[in-house]
Design a protein around this ligand. Structure first.
Ligand code: SAM
Length: 286
C-alpha cells in the first residue's frame, strides 16, 4: 500500500481537508486527529506527512481516510478508529468493547511504583484492555497478576494484549463480578471502576456516551456502587501489608475515603493526576 500517484490531492491537501472537516464537527484536536487518521490510512508516519507532503496517495488510501474522517465527525473515539492507544510505556489494542485507556489512569501506575517491596501478586478489578495490569507486570518483572472483568469481550482484548506484549505467561484473566470468581490474597489490588453518576449521562462527550461500553462508565445513582462492592471484598483478598489503589472521579475523594474507612482501611492517602485533581486513593488496612 502507500502507493504514490501523480494525480489527486497530496498529503498536504488531505491533511488540510481533514482538519477543516473535523474542526467544523467540533473536534477539539482537529489537526492532530486528522494527521493521525491520514497517517493510519496511508501507512505514513508523522515525519512522512511533513517531509513527503507533496506525495499523492492512492485512491484507495484516500477513500479509507475519508471514511475514517466521517466516522470521527460522528464522534467515534480516535483510538477505536485506529485500534490502538498508548498507555504508560506500552501500546494497547483497543476496540469498542473496552474503555479507551486514559492518561489520568496512569496515576495508579505512579502510585504502584512507590510500593516497597514490589508487589508479587497483583489483582486488577475491571481490567478492560488490560492496560493497568499489563503495565504493572511490565514494570514488575517478577510479579504475576490476574485481571477480572464482567465483560468477556473485554477479557478477549486484554488476553490478546497480554500475548502481543509478551506478558501472557504472567497474566491470567477471569470473568466475574468483582471478587466473585477470585480466590486467594494479593499484595496489590488496583481498580479503575465505573464511577460516573447515572444522571450525568446526558452531559458526557459523545465519544464517551455513544461509543464506550456502558458497563465501563456508570457507577449507579451516586457513582459509588462499584466502590461499595470492591471495598466490601477487598480486606479478605489483601495479603498482610497489601495495598488497594482505586481510581476516583472528580469530587469523589471524600466519599470513597469514608467508604474505605467504614470497610476497615485505617491508612488512607490520595494522589493527584497531572491536572492537579485527586485521582487515586491509596488504601491499606494498617
Ligand atoms: C472504567 S473501565 C476500566 C478499564 C481499564 N481498567 C482502564 O483503566 O482503562 C471499568 C471496567 O470494569 C468492568 N466492570 C464493570 N462492572 C464490573 C463488575 N461488576 N465486575 C467486574 N468488572 C466490571 C467494565 O467491563 C470495564 O472494563
Amino acid at each position: 500500500m502507500a502507493e504514490t500517484h501523480g494525480r489527486g490531492p497530496s498529503l498536504r491537501d488531505l491533511l488540510r481537508e481533514g482538519t477543516v472537516l473535523l474542526r467544523e464537527a467540533g473536534i477539539e484536536d482537529a489537526a492532530q486527529d486528522a494527521a493521525l487518521l491520514l497517517g493510519f490510512a496511508t501507512e505514513r508516519n508523522r515525519l512522512d506527512l511533513l517531509t513527503r507532503a507533496d506525495e499523492c496517495p492512492s485512491a484507495e488510501a484516500i477513500g479509507r481516510y475519508r471514511s475514517l474522517l466521517s466516522r470521527r465527525c460522528r464522534r467515534e473515539p480516535l483510538s477505536h478508529l485506529i485500534g490502538r492507544r498508548g498507555f504508560w510505556k506500552l501500546e494497547f489494542a483497543v476496540s469498542r468493547d473496552v474503555l479507551d485507556p486514559r492518561p489520568d489512569t496512569e496515576t495508579l501506575i505512579e502510585a504502584a511504583l512507590e510500593i516497597v517491596p514490589p508487589p508479587e501478586r497483583i489483582l486488577d478489578l475491571g481490567t478492560g484492555s488490560g492496560c493497568l495490569l499489563l503495565s504493572l507486570l511490565d514494570e514488575f518483572p517478577a510479579s504475576f497478576g490476574i485481571g477480572v472483568d464482567i465483560s468477556r469481550k473485554a477479557l478477549a482484548v486484554a488476553q490478546d494484549n497480554a500475548g502481543a506484549l509478551g506478558l501472557a505467561a504472567r497474566a491470567a484473566f477471569v470473568c466475574g463480578d468483582w471478587f466473585g470468581a477470585v480466590a486467594g490474597r494479593f499484595n496489590l489490588i488496583v481498580t479503575n471502576p465505573p464511577y460516573i453518576r447515572e444522571d450525568e449521562a446526558p452531559l458526557l462527550p459523545p465519544e464517551l456516551r455513544d461509543h464506550e461500553p456502558p458497563e465501563a462508565l456508570f457507577g449507579g445513582p451516586d457513582g459509588l456502587d462499584a466502590y461499595r462492592s470492591i471495598l466490601a471484598g477487598a480486606p479478605a483478598h489483601l495479603a498482610s501489608g497489601g495495598t488497594l489503589l482505586m481510581e476516583i472521579g472528580a469530587g469523589q475523594a471524600e466519599d470513597v475515603m469514608a467508604l474505605a474507612r467504614a470497610a476497615g482501611f485505617a491508612s488512607l492517602a490520595r494522589r493527584r493526576d497531572l491536572d492537579g485533581r485527586d485521582r487515586c486513593i491509596i488504601a491499606r488496612l494498617t
